[in-house]
Design a protein around this ligand. Structure first.
Ligand code: FAD
Length: 389
């Protein structure tokens, strides 16, 4: 049976985009990644190029100025970027969760007002959920938005917010009714643009994921227009965020695939040139077992990520699929980075090689977008919900 014309068009479009991304990565990111990462420098030129390529609008529909790519193609882009330097991917990933929240749950007016500016990269930012006293238990968020005429007045603090310094717009989860029970009914999501009363208070230092800024954001009597309440109705914010996190978890899974792949590829190459006892180490069974396990983990991680992205593209509920992909692919990245370090011996520990960067970057993936402990809880709950007796 021949392929429908639309499917063939999508495949060709995907191929073209992926080739352009790979060219960009090899020419413009790989040569500078090592130095920028070690110096913890925000990659301004790379961001400009990503704007030109439309990457800030990957999954934003064409009618709103985006590339209109599927989640499946997006995951492949994220894998490729993360294989070279994960932080570069982070700059578009949380930005696109914010965009996904507006695209899926925003009003038509909000879509028209925000999505074209998000897609061009003119307005960049991310998602502000976490607080000094709450991360996993999102319903415990404390900042309050109080209605005042055509505005809401927001007070509170968010922390660990990616793009917090260089971004200028954030989807911010707050309470509009702190007394509501259940708690999620009192939660709302606002698009907040930096201005008087909303600014980063400090950049946070970290083990890896360097180059991209993580910051604490402070809201001090910040006035956000009521028109920026996502969906226009109070009490829906938790639901909007859960929807947005589906694509968030798919992108984190894809980042895991990218790191797991980089670790494998560099280990396969190194194991053929490094010799001990008169032969390349790839001929020692102990190393062969490591390489085989790394490759198998990578393939499994990629399949799970693709399955989750396909479910997302088909409009199916995919919290379990995204949870499985996120859990498995990020653990695969961590395990592969440790095995890559062992295979590289002392060179794996050296800051002159990439392996120690992968080893520092990978653990974040097990924490961000919902810890892997939380993913197991989500998976188990869905197993029961989908299989009632
Ligand atoms: C570099 C970086 C970038 C980040 N970027 C962003 C961002 O852009 N936006 C944003 O909002 N946040 C961001 N975060 C925050 C991240 O999402 C949170 O760290 C994460 O959700 C976990 O929250 P927590 O750190 O408060 O851990 P906690 O919620 O305090 O959890 C601590 C431990 O307890 C476990 N745990 C908690 N509850 C349960 C339970 N019910 N059952 C079993 N175990 C449990 C957790 O899995 C974890 O192991 C970022 C974090 C980092 C490090």
């Amino acid at each position: 049976m021949s392929e429908p014309a639309s499917a063939q068009f999508d495949r060709e479009k995907e191929q073209m985009v992926l080739e352009a991304v790979e060219r960009f990565l090899e020419r413009e990111v790989r040569p500078v990644a090592h130095q920028l990462e070690h110096d913890d420098i925000w990659p301004a030129e790379i961001v400009e190029r990503m704007k030109e390529m439309g990457l800030f609008g990957c999954i934003i529909r064409e009618e709103y100025g985006g590339l209109g790519l599927s989640a499946s193609t997006y995951a492949k882009i994220v894998e490729r970027i993360s294989r070279v330097w994960m932080s570069v991917s982070g700059i578009i990933n949380s930005h696109l969760i914010m965009a996904a929240c507006v695209q899926r749950d925003g009003t038509e007016e909000q879509r028209r007002r925000y999505l074209p500016r998000f897609a061009s990269g003119e307005l960049r930012g991310g998602l502000a959920l976490t607080e000094p006293d709450c991360g996993t238990d999102l319903q415990a968020v404390r900042p309050v938005a109080r209605r005042d005429g055509d505005f809401y007045v927001v007070n509170g603090t968010k922390t660990w917010i990616s793009n917090g310094i260089h971004g200028s717009a954030f989807a911010v989860l707050v309470k509009t009714n702190p007394k509501a029970e259940p708690r999620h009914r009192g939660m709302s999501l606002f698009i907040c643009e930096k201005g008087p009363g909303f600014a980063p208070s400090r950049k946070l230092e970290k083990l890896g994921y360097k180059g991209i800024d993580s910051a604490e954001l402070v809201f001090d009597d910040f006035r956000v227009p009521a028109a920026n309440l996502v969906g226009g109705v109070e009490g829906q914010g938790f639901k909007h965020v859960m929807n947005g996190l589906e694509i968030g978890r798919i992108n984190v899974a894809a980042r895991g695939v990218g790191i797991a792949r980089a670790c494998l590829e560099e280990s396969v190459a190194y194991a053929q040139v490094r010799k001990t006892f008169g032969k390349p180490i790839c001929e020692h069974q102990a190393i062969q077992i490591k390489l085989a396990d790394m490759a198998t983990r990578l393939e499994a991680a990629r399949h799970l990520t693709e399955a989750a992205a396909t479910a997302y593209d088909q409009g199916r509920r995919c919290d379990m699929e995204a949870g499985m992909a996120k859990l498995f692919a990020t653990e695969a990245a961590s395990e592969n980075s440790l095995e890559a370090m062992r295979i590289h011996g002392a060179y794996g520990y050296s800051t002159e090689f990439n392996i120690e960067r992968y080893y520092r970057d990978a653990p974040l993936l097990c924490i961000g977008e919902g810890t892997n402990e939380l993913q197991r809880i989500i998976i188990a709950r869905q197993l029961v919900a989908r299989n009632p007796v």
